[in-house]
Design a protein around this ligand. Sequence first.
Ligand SMILES: [Zn+2]
Length: 98
Amino acid sequence: MMMDIHDEMEAKDFQKPSDIITETVCISSGLLANRYCNRTRQEVFILGTEPDRYCRVHRAPPPPPPPDPEEKEEAGDESENQQDPPVSEERLETTDEE
Ligand SMILES: [Zn+2]
């Protein structure tokens, strides 16, 4: 029936406005939640009024500094001294006696 088709089209036209969006925001900052936000909630915004930035309170921890080979050498200096006899002359003497 023609009436039925007309009704369907009207129903389609009457869907809820599309300028309403739901975003996950960070409760602490009120900005868009990123993966590091521990407390988030869904908030409804009118399209265009939603925060356009992500939370800066919570973010990835800074990457560990790259290992410095020179620093490592310095750290092992103490044990190196203990292993190495400071007097090399004794060694020569021992070899001489034998
Ligand atoms: Zn956050």
